[in-house]
Design a binder for this molecule. Structure first.
Ligand code: CA
Length: 236
């Protein structure tokens, strides 16, 4: 089997060394970066399959590194936080982290999380998997059809693409820049009014109330987040 490469960004050697050895014993290739700067550099140089990212780094905030990774890619990221950093954890997930672990943790626990995240990331892109379903919103990619609560929803091509990205990342924030880059194929980050127009059209068509949305949530200054299946099921 192909060995998956993990980038571990952690400034404490007493943590990174045993962790790297344990993950290597588990069959992963591990690249260690001891600073935020080195982490950014290694991320671009190594194209890791997954990033383990400490929140508190000697030369910066792990969340800034996460933001940068998210603006460029969907590589899975597991945040490493210290006990009591509840806010850090929430912010990390809002910024698009895939999971988090709280220190102290065992290498076995971490390896299990890593495998779970990789499995989750691998699953939706497997060939033949042409349906995205979150709550009662169902998108059939091949047929270009969307249903909400069993009723067909007519979408324009761009609305369909925006919704597709949101559904693919359900539960996670998709950044405005990312939506614009992938849906409109442009890196023009000037006015993003076009995106807002499309999101409000989508909300209308899905029957979402903009002041208290059920499906598409606005994350101010960052982007949009489609509710996770768990959230939607909890509300019904
Ligand atoms: Ca640290």
């Amino acid at each position: 089997m192909l060995r998956r490469r993990i980038l571990l960004i952690e400034d404490e050697e007493s943590i990174s060394e045993p962790l790297a050895s344990a993950l290597e014993r588990d069959g992963f290739d591990v690249v260690v970066a001891a600073t935020a700067a080195q982490g950014r550099e290694r991320f671009h140089a190594e194209s890791p399959d997954l990033v383990l990212l400490d929140v508190m780094l000697s030369d910066g905030d792990g969340k800034d590194v996460l933001r940068e990774i998210r603006s460029a890619s969907r590589t899975p990221v597991i945040m490493v936080t210290a006990r009591g950093e509840e806010l850090e954890r929430v912010l990390g997930l809002e910024l698009g982290a895939d999971d988090y672990v709280t220190k102290p943790f065992s290498a076995a626990e971490l390896a299990a999380r890593v495998r779970a995240v990789l499995r989750r990331v691998d699953a939706p892109t497997s060939p033949g998997e042409a349906v995205l379903e979150v709550g009662d919103v169902r998108m059939e990619l091949d047929r270009h059809e969307v249903k909400s609560g069993g009723n067909a929803v007519e979408l324009t091509v761009k609305e369909f693409e925006v919704l597709r990205m949101l559904l693919e990342n359900a539960g996670k924030v998709v950044r405005r820049e990312q939506l614009i880059r992938e849906v409109w194929d442009t890196s023009w980050f000037g006015s993003t009014k076009t995106l807002d127009v499309h999101v409000s059209a989508l909300r209308k068509k899905l029957g979402d109330n903009p002041s208290s949305p059920r499906f598409i949530h606005t994350v101010r200054g960052i982007g949009f987040r489609f509710a996770s299946s768990e959230e939607l099921n909890a509300r019904t």
